[in-house]
Design a binder for this molecule. Sequence first.
Ligand SMILES: O=C1O[C@H](COP(=O)(O)O)[C@@H](O)[C@H](O)[C@H]1O
Length: 261
Amino acid sequence: MPGKQANLFPFNDVDALAPALRSHIIACQNAGITRHNVFKIGVSGGSLPSTLAQALLAEPTSEEDKVQFDKWEIFFADERAVPLDHEDSNYALVKKELLDKIPAGWGQPIVHPINTEFLNDTQELADQYEQVLVNSFAKGDSVKLPIFDLLLLGSGPDGHTCSLFPGHPLLRETDAWVAPIEDSPKPPPKRITLTLPVITHSVRIAFIATGAAKKDIMKQIFEEGNGLPCALVNEATGERCSWFTDNAAVEGVAYPRRGFL
Ligand SMILES: O=C1O[C@H](COP(=O)(O)O)[C@@H](O)[C@H](O)[C@H]1O
């Protein structure tokens, strides 16, 4: 069983949250580089990329505060089965909000978008993306699960994360690293997603959830759990999991707050 509980770090607003998120990401980056000379990170779409960009594109305040993008290998925690320039594409969103804005001289990350040759077969799309992970994390060895240095996850208003939705059979997937979904309750219906064992195997997990619209679901996640995907991640990862929120998203949520040092 994991130690303690997930860390909940609420901030007054996103402007106050962003520097703390940057600091946490850089700590995970440095640990990953120390471990294997690369920082393997999974990112999400939705509201996350804009907050992530605000955190990462700020001018470094010191040498230690630098984002070493040339050591980054970026994967997608989930992706919609749409073209990479489609308005629903998580890759397109991350490219627009972050990748296209990385200043020259800051280095460029390796980025792994889905292979859009397989858009018409979500199982094939998932298998192909899983092979990308195998090629990166296994390198010819046989590993049971990939170990991300950090996964940056969102929390939908229904408690979903990645494309794992409440009550969906995919929550019980224990073998595949990447799975297809064709009945997402949130459009578009066809997607691929990391599975729970991969998510909970990550060295660190950071959720970003902001805005009063998340208040109700945050209460359910942190007070009842209810088998919600976000709560399942909390329960399986304990203190390896941190939530970066604003006060609006956790107003009235009875859960220990932590000060971010
Ligand atoms: O559909 C998705 O939703 C989640 C949550 O999005 P948010 O806007 O509520 O933060 C997102 O993390 C995921 O990547 C996306 O495919």
